[in-house]
Ligand binder design. Structure first.
Ligand code: CP
Length: 317
């Protein structure tokens, strides 16, 4: 029984890069692999890219897809063992996951964090509930603490566009109007730590990511200093890890603009999207030739395709 839950479960991320490139060149080369098989896609939260790129990936492999917006269309789910279900939830994950496993050959799940209960979010209650009670492989389409399909795509996008053997990659916090999860930056950091790049994280004081995940990766609180000589700038907003889910006061302007991009080594600009124009990044940067966000989003299909293909062929481990 194998799953794709976390980027750190990939043994040799670099070795996956030429495989994704091959799928990008010839997306239908394994069109017979998934014939007669079904990918179930369960969304507890909104999505544009993850939903359609994963569906496209499954279709490229010859699979059929079943998609459900769980919060709107399904019964409310309970996740706790031994719970007395006398409130609004009508179905337990035990039955739901087992039933879905009979309809589908793999299940892909999107479930964001609460951002109010760190311990519960770190337990990945929904994702791990499916892992525990389903009898088919589970794919993480963004959970409380990780977005491995995005991290895989980001690693591939840098790999295919890099002009030097060991590019400098800067993950920069950027402003937002509301607290956002740490899932994308978490998976980006893990992906970059597994690739031959020099990663620097820059964020305001108070916005350090989970120290267990950051490890030895340098963290700088001066955005302009971090941008000096960068080959890639990856912008993302996230809320504080401590106090969890908050937006501590930020000094200065952290929006990515042309002035800051000029400090780089003609860096490419990346963002997972959706992005708020002129909040996270200026129009001038997003619309410039340096911006590779559309190509990055298109690459989502091929990275998802490799994940599903590996689940179908060999399993993940
Ligand atoms: N980047 C990303 O996951 O986009 P969606 O939220 O639209 O799926």
């Amino acid at each position: 029984m194998n799953h794709f839950l976390d980027i750190s479960s990939v043994d040799n991320l670099q070795a996956w890069m030429p495989e994704i490139a091959s799928l990008k060149k010839e997306p239908l080369q394994y069109a017979a692999l998934g014939k007669g098989k079904t990918l179930g896609m369960l969304f507890f939260n909104s999505s544009l890219r993850t939903r359609l790129s994963t569906q496209k990936a499954a279709q490229n492999l010859g699979m059929q897809t079943m998609i459900m917006n769980v919060q709107e269309d399904a019964w409310g789910l309970s996740f706790e063992d031994g719970v007395v279900m006398n409130t609004s939830s009508a179905e337990h994950i035990k039955e739901a996951a087992a039933v879905l496993s009979g309809y589908c050959d793999a299940l892909a799940v999107r479930a964001f964090p609460s951002l109010t209960d760190k311990a519960a979010d770190m337990q990945e209650r929904i994702l791990n509930g499916f892992k525990k009670y389903a009898t088919v492989p589970i794919v993480n389409m963004e959970s409380a603490m990780g977005h491995p399909l995005q991290g895989l795509t980001d690693a591939f996008t840098i790999w295919e566009q890099q002009k030097t053997e060991r590019p400098k990659v800067v993950l920069s916090w950027a402003p937002h109007i509301k607290p956002l999860p740490q899932s994308v930056p978490n998976s980006f950091v893990l992906a970059m730590q597994a690739m031959p790049v020099d990663l620097v994280i820059c964020n305001p004081v108070g916005y350090n990511l989970n120290p267990d995940l950051v490890g030895d990766t340098p963290v700088i609180h001066d955005q302009e200093a971090a941008f000096a000589g960068a080959d890639f700038v990856y912008a993302k907003s996230w809320s504080a890890f401590e106090p969890y889910g908050t937006l501590p006061m930020v000094k200065g302007n952290w929006q990515i603009d042309q002035h800051k991009m000029k400090l780089t080594n003609q860096a490419k600009f990346m963002h997972c999207l959706p992005v708020r124009r002129n909040v996270v990044v200026s129009d001038a940067v997003l619309d410039s030739e340096a911006s590779i966000v559309i190509s990055q989003a298109h690459n989502r299909t091929y990275s998802a395709q490799l994940v599903i293909q590996k689940l179908l062929k060999h399993g993940m481990e």
